[in-house]
Design a protein around this ligand. Structure first.
Ligand code: BG6
Length: 454
């Protein structure tokens, strides 16, 4: 399905996501000349088109020609999602559009109601649907959600957003791996000691306490963003042909991961989280998690994959580090092991930590960093990239049903209170208990920030 969508419909048009991400992305798409079809907001807010335009005005920073053009494309349907009249009104607004893209920026509990009503009103034929994370809250609910979507839309018309897949540094990671022959033979058990991924955020839940109580770090960022990044780091090279080649390899890797058990998990909560609005007094929801994963594959058997993610950490940075084995004999002085680093945020940087000889008589060395690529920030926001792809019908950067379910299978056994919660001070690297997950002699690595030297 590679035709262009001829209308963009977004449910939840008056909500937070629309304000923060969707309007700015639509504006950028109009500016690039990618979006020139009716844009129909749907919500139950008692609003009219003028209020929606005002919302767009507040959400978009620059009121240029592209902004005015976006306003001219904008339509609005107000109504209850339970009411067939809402969808009849949408059908009228769609006019002659035959291939609309429906973006469900609404809670997953409403997906079923909306997709069924879209079908009943004749708005689903030839259409695509974009859904937001969280995609389910465990394997069983994700499977049910997929069934609901598939009752109306085939998988080829379902676009599940994981905004990490729309990040330039994440795409660059996959590109670097498969566009260079020197790297590929090294990324396997014979050479790799372990892999670590850190996603650190130097802020708390930012007023989203109620949402976060339902999520926690495992559901919020590990099941989706970080397992996707790990898959891109460790999956086998995709075949040359076929639109699904990348996603096929990704799911193969995801399925090779052993389901996590409490032994391989440490959960933490920052001191003060329980005082946040919307958070239970005795909440045991994790704001930090560290996990140790194993892939049962010929390529990776025995290599630990460590992931840690936390709020209220000392810095905001996300980084993947592949640490290689140390030289097997000690010919010269011992230094830091070789490490391949993919810095994903805040800036993109791909580098290789190596040892180099210090000039002079002694055979001693120092740590150097070979930089493969470095860029200060994303040129395109992930949402702009992903919505543009969805309008074109390109699914490559969207999470496929089988991968999402395979990722839930990995974390299903450690959700909720399967493990105790350890408290940590804001501004620290989380509970010390996380150290027990490390292989002998290894340490958690502080993510680099741009400008940091080797
Ligand atoms: C979101 C999570 O999916 O990703 C947030 O819900 C998190 O809790 C955010 O802060 C991080 O995204 P980014 O792009 O800022 O790294």
């Amino acid at each position: 399905m590679s035709h262009e969508s001829d209308a963009f419909v977004f449910f939840g048009a008056t909500g937070d996501l629309a304000h923060k991400k969707i309007f700015p992305s639509l504006h950028a798409l109009v500016r690039r000349g990618v979006l020139d079809v009716p844009v129909i907001g749907v919500a139950k807010a008692g609003w009219g088109l003028d209020e929606l335009k005002q919302r767009a005005h507040d959400s978009i920073a620059e009121h240029d020609d592209a902004f005015r053009h976006l306003l001219s494309l904008l339509r609005y349907v107000d109504g209850d999602y339970e009411d067939p009249e809402t969808f009849a009104a949408l059908k009228r607004e769609l006019g002659g559009a035959r291939r609309p893209l429906h973006y469900l920026a609404i809670p997953p509990s409403l997906f079923g109601t909306v997709v069924t009503a879209l079908q009943a009103a004749g708005c689903a034929d030839g259409a695509r649907v974009v859904v937001e994370k969280p995609f389910g809250r465990d394997l069983a609910s994700a499977t049910r959600l997929n069934e609901v979507l598939h009752s109306v839309f085939p998988e080829s018309a379902v676009f599940r957003i994981d905004h990490y897949l729309g990040k330039e540094p994440v795409e660059n990671l996959a590109y670097t791996r498969f566009a260079n022959t020197f790297l590929e033979p090294l990324l396997r058990r014979e050479h790799v000691h372990h892999v670590q991924i850190t996603m650190a955020e130097a802020f708390g839940v930012q007023g989203r306490g109620r949402f976060y109580e339902e999520a926690g770090a495992i559901r919020d960022v590990v099941q989706n963003h970080l397992l996707q990044v790990l898959a891109l780091t460790a999956m086998d090279p995709p075949a040359e042909h076929g639109e699904e080649a990348m996603r096929d390899e990704k799911v193969r890797f995801m399925r090779s991961l052993r389901p996590l058990t409490p032994r391989d998990v440490v959960r933490g909560q920052f001191v003060g989280y329980r005082d946040e609005a919307g958070v239970a007094e005795h909440s045991t929801v994790e704001t930090f998690v560290a996990v140790r994963l194993h892939a049962d594959s010929w390529r990776w058997a025995g290599v630990p994959f460590l992931i840690r993610a936390g709020k209220q950490m000392p810095v905001t940075a996300t980084e993947v580090v592949v640490q290689f084995h140390e030289p097997p004999t000690r010919v010269f002085d011992r230094g830091t092991p070789n490490r391949l680093r993919f810095q994903i945020g805040p800036d993109l940087r791909i580098s290789l930590d190596v040892r180099a000889k210090t000039p002079g008589e002694g055979m001693t060395g120092c740590d150097e960093s070979l930089v493969l690529d470095e860029r200060p920030h994303d040129e395109m926001e992930p949402y702009e990239r992903l919505l543009g792809d969805a309008l074109k019908g390109d699914q490559q950067l969207f999470a496929r049903e089988d991968t999402v379910e395979a990722a839930w299978r990995v974390v299903d056994g450690i959700l909720g209170d399967a493990t105790p919660i350890h408290f940590y001070e804001p501004g620290s690297w989380g509970p010390a208990e996380a150290d027990r997950l490390l292989p002998r002699g290894a340490q958690w690595l502080t993510p680099r920030l741009s400008g940091d030297q080797a």
